[in-house]
Ligand binder design. Structure first.
Ligand code: PAF
Length: 283
């Protein structure tokens, strides 16, 4: 595995790989790897000949007062895990390399970014799409792999790829969970032991909602009320949203039908946690 910090060198390596007919698979990350990231790297190994993992804590996707400064970082451990899981290139640019003085171009997807996390994190998806577009232009991948935990992010990026005619395929891999069901996230680190126990309710509430739907419930309001009713009593939890939306366009549903996404964001202590479940609902 080689570590690259400069855009020019990354471009050169990708150009050569493409000339040799190699398929490039990119896993964009903000580092601090957990099993969720490693599953994406393993997927990249299945589809690509050259596996590039980018590790960049992207300042432009954090709002004022969010956790950019404190976002967990452990580059040494990341290097070891990336190597052990089959990474060929770890692309780890500095902030100055990605956003040199004078940077003033932004990529913004409308509509899909105004709901769910976009409501309470204005500007967040603009930061994500800008950095991801830059990574696509630098690394020139054939495949880019994202996790389903950030379902809205994946939908937004798919939209951007289509609208800007990027010549690559987006793959979305299943959520990786702790044994007790909590979705893996770098931000789980912020939880105290008591909050960590509370956090298990998030996935349990999604499973209960799924059971309710499987039992015939089709009213979105009643499904989200069930989830809110389980989470609201937790001493450290503050619900940002619990939403039942169309799995493609993310528009709110009143009656469940087709591909349905039940998504939630909840602040537990210092950690803003997100989770979701996709259900296919018959009429
Ligand atoms: O999902 C993430 O870790 C980030 O949003 C991403 C896609 C690497 C962009 O910074």
């Amino acid at each position: 595995m080689i570590t690259i910090g400069r855009i020019a060198q990354m471009r050169e390596v990708s150009k050569r790989a493409r000339e040799e007919g190699k398929l490039i698979a990119l896993v964009p990350t903000m580092g601090f790897f957990h099993e969720g990231h490693l599953s994406l790297i393993r997927k990249a190994n299945e589809v690509g000949d050259l596996v590039v993992v980018s590790s960049f804590v992207n300042p432009s996707q954090f709002g004022p007062g969010e956790d950019y400064e404190n976002y967990p970082r452990d580059p040494e451990r990341d290097r070891r895990l990336a190597q052990e899981n089959g990474t060929d290139i770890l692309f780890s640019p500095s902030v100055e390399e990605m956003y040199p003085q004078g940077h003033s171009t932004w990529v913004e997807v409308e509509g899909l970014t105004e709901v769910l996390c976009g409501k309470s994190r204005p500007g967040h998806f603009r930061g994500v799409t800008t950095v991801v577009a830059k990574l696509f232009l630098i690394v020139q991948p054939h495949y880019a792999i994202f996790g389903q935990k950030d379902y809205q992010q994946a939908q937004v990026i798919k939209r951007m790829v289509e609208d800007l005619n990027f010549d690559l395929k987006i793959l979305v891999e299943p959520i990786v969970r702790e044994p007790d069901g909590l979705a893996m996230s770098s931000r789980n680190l912020y939880l105290t032991p008591a909050q960590r126990r509370e956090a298990t309710i998030l996935y349990r509430s999604l499973l209960r909602a799924k059971e309710l739907v499987e039992g015939g419930e089709r009213d979105a309001e009643r499904v989200s009320a069930l989830i809110k009713g389980m989470i609201a009593p937790l001493p450290s939890a503050k619900i940002d949203y619990v939403s039942v939306v169309d799995g493609e366009n993310l528009r709110p549903l009143s009656k469940l039908t087709g591909k349905v996404l039940i998504a939630l964001a909840v602040k537990i202590g210092r950690a803003r946690l997100i989770d979701n479940i996709l259900i296919s609902v018959d009429e």
